[in-house]
Write a protein that binds this ligand. Sequence first.
Ligand SMILES: [Zn+2]
Length: 133
Amino acid sequence: MSDEAVDPPVMPSADPLLDVERVAALRVVRQSTSQPPARVALRSTVIDRLIGAQSLLPREFRLLVVVGYACPYPADHRAGGAVDLGVQVDGGVETSSWPATAPPGWDTVAAALTAAGLVFPADAWWHWYPAIR
Ligand SMILES: [Zn+2]
């Protein structure tokens, strides 16, 4: 089975790929084990929806963008159309690694992301991409 059969839809290439670190509403946290990329980038549609989700969250919740555009990842990451997320709650410990189960409070985060037009696959709570509307 090819990757194309299981990957979610990829954002149109006309959607600009933007540097997430220039977006004040979002915070970038790189995985400590990964080689730092030159920048963390996402398609503008994804950034817009993350900003929308962040605005829906209680003040103590901060979305963490861990992986955006990335070469050795599934096709939606290679296109900048998917994001791997963590969350920081009340300035506490950052959750930027992905255990099998979502961290406490993730239901609140997931509800905001869903309301902002993002979806995730059943087997990866951290991986989000735009719902087709
Ligand atoms: Zn992912």
